[in-house]
Write a protein that binds this ligand. Sequence first.
Ligand SMILES: [Zn+2]
Length: 305
Amino acid sequence: MILTFTSLTLQKREAPAAGACTPVSGDPSVTEFALPPSPTAAGSGDLVVRFVGHSTVLVDIDGSRILTDPVLRNVFPLLRHGPSAADRDHDIDLVLISHAHQDHLDVPSLRRLSGEPLIVVPAGLERVLYQGGIRNVQGVRVGDGFVTGDGVRVLTVPAVHDGNRPPMGPRAEALGFMIEGRHSVYFAGDTDLFPQMESLGDTIDVALLPVWGWGPYLGPGHLNPQTAAVAAAMVGARISIPIHWGTLFPRGFHRVWPTRLTAPPVDFAQSVVQAGIPTEVRILRPGEETRIAAAGTAKGIGTRT
Ligand SMILES: [Zn+2]
């Protein structure tokens, strides 16, 4: 895939807020998960978004298959909940990594992707991937952008989140991404609210908004169901899809805090309704996808597993 790097007009963000979600350590001994096949959007002009789980989302747009923050296996001490799939025959063109936390950047998950995708990471993380045997890597900063061979523009936007992996892990700023083709998609990564959310794009069809974390509580630098609703209003997306919930949790967690597995997206939807925010919330369970029809075509909206 040919990528042309460009410069953008987005302003550099202010210094990120202090604090971060607690990172976890990798455990390669646990069961891995595979991406489901999803060649569904090819050639149709439709946008297909599949919530693979946690912050992993497959965006099938204008012939480009873009995967965000692929974590396809358990990452100690987190267990992955939800469906697994055995099919590994899925070509990915481009991977977008938002930051270095273990529940967003998992090198073994990257190694299992087919299609030899370009891996775009916050500048400073390239070495981590090189050391993991991955060569097709591009570091980016806020304000960078590029175009896929299918003409899809990807713009790097701010995120307010400490993306470093302490204590001795890689250090790099956290990022979000705007994906722009015939449709536009905002992938927030991990972030708190920030003023520039209101000017990320003229029209945003789909916002992928984190609404929770992986434990009973959230630290700073995150959106909860209520602040994610505010983010939906600020972004002005036609459709909002809650992510970062229901997938990765510590072992035994579901017995102690069962509602944390399922409640966050529902709370988010209720907050949107209560605040009268003009966005359509689509809750996808891990593994489900939704289709947004190309402009001017018959309605093709729905979800399927
Ligand atoms: Zn994080």
